[in-house]
Design a protein around this ligand. Structure first.
Ligand SMILES: *Cc1c(COP(=O)(O)O)cnc(C)c1O
Length: 299
């Protein structure tokens, strides 16, 4: 499986700017065209566990635009496992890009009401059509100990001990928890939640961490740009400027917001001179698919 993926690369971008800090980007977006970014790291330990239990089908949960759904569909397809997606809300007349891609990878989709989704109940129809014994259930967004374990490997792909600050976009916080787990005591891990008022995240991330790591991270609450998948002209301008400087594409749901936050802090001189920043590019470029062509100078 790992042969499907390329070794993640670190791009140094400091020379494109005049900040007195080192700025590097860990390019997880280049890992794989579909199972891009952090999603593979979050999935891999669950897949191992499913195989160890001789399960043949992975079942998971997500919305119509969930990167986790596509990544699960693609990863299981490549590995030769079946997949089931429990999707929040009614089946749309025009399936999203995400759901079409998941279907193309053979994922069987079941649509449930928002209420049913909240309870994470699996529709009865699933068990009428599949042997319950064959199914391994993966939590939404890969949230859980195995997701954290997989995500902690992100920092072990390259030499990362040298960095003073590690910054990453946050959805469920599973990836951030993995980074915190793998970080050294002198490193600061900074998360940028992309959901509005997601204050329960602090606790949800702490629940994934050991006692001594409980306070080893910081969340920046002011960079959600109105909420999940919401954006402003400022954000899109930043993404275009960032691409113009560095040649690195970002997405409007996650990495655009995280990198905007990083540069906002750099401009406000929040990092001591000489700090060495590692920005995690978690992938997710398909998040730009909803934009009108030409809005971004890349795609
Ligand atoms: C899913 C996703 C995240 C958030 O990961 P969590 O582990 O849920 O916090 C960040 N960036 C991208 C590109 C993603 O697709």
């Amino acid at each position: 499986m790992s042969s499907l993926f390329v070794q993640p690369r670190v791009d140094s971008i400091s020379s494109f700017y005049s900040f007195p800090q080192t700025i590097d980007v860990l390019r997880l977006d280049l890992l794989h065209p579909v199972v891009s970014g952090n999603k593979w790291f979050k999935l891999k330990e669950y897949i191992k566990a499913a195989k160890a239990e001789a399960k043949t089908t992975l079942l998971t949960f997500g919305g119509a635009y969930s990167n986790h759904i596509v990544a699960t569909a693609a990863a299981t397809h490549f590995i030769g496992l079946k997949s089931i997606g429990i999707i929040r809300g009614e089946e749309p007349k025009m399936p999203s890009h995400t759901l079409l891609a998941a279907k193309n990878y053979g994922m069987q989709l079941y649509f449930v009401s928002r209420e049913e989704y909240r309870n994470k109940s699996v529709p009865r129809q699933v068990f009428a059509e599949h042997d319950a014994e064959s199914i391994y259930t993966l939590p939404e967004g890969g949230y859980g100990a195995l997701g954290v374990q997989g995500a902690s490997d992100i920092l072990y792909q390259n030499e990362t001990n040298f960095y003073t600050h590690i910054l990453c976009a946050v959805g469920t916080g599973t990836t951030l928890a993995g980074l915190i787990k793998a970080s050294l005591p002198q490193q600061k891990v900074i998360g940028v939640p992309v959901l509005k008022n997601a204050f329960s995240l602090q606790q949800e991330i702490q629940n994934l961490l050991t006692q001594e790591k409980q306070d080893a991270f910081e969340l920046l609450w002011d960079y959600h740009f109105g909420g999940y998948a919401k954006y402003t002209a400022d954000l899109l301008n930043f993404m275009n400027e960032f691409y113009g400087q560095t040649n690195i594409p970002t997405d409007l749901v996650y990495t655009g917001k995280a990198f905007f936050a990083a540069f906002n802090l750099l401009k406000k001189a929040c990092f001591p001179p000489g700090s060495r920043l590692l920005l995690i590019h978690t992938g997710g470029l398909q998040g730009n698919a909803s934009l009108k062509k030409g809005t971004l100078i890349f795609d």
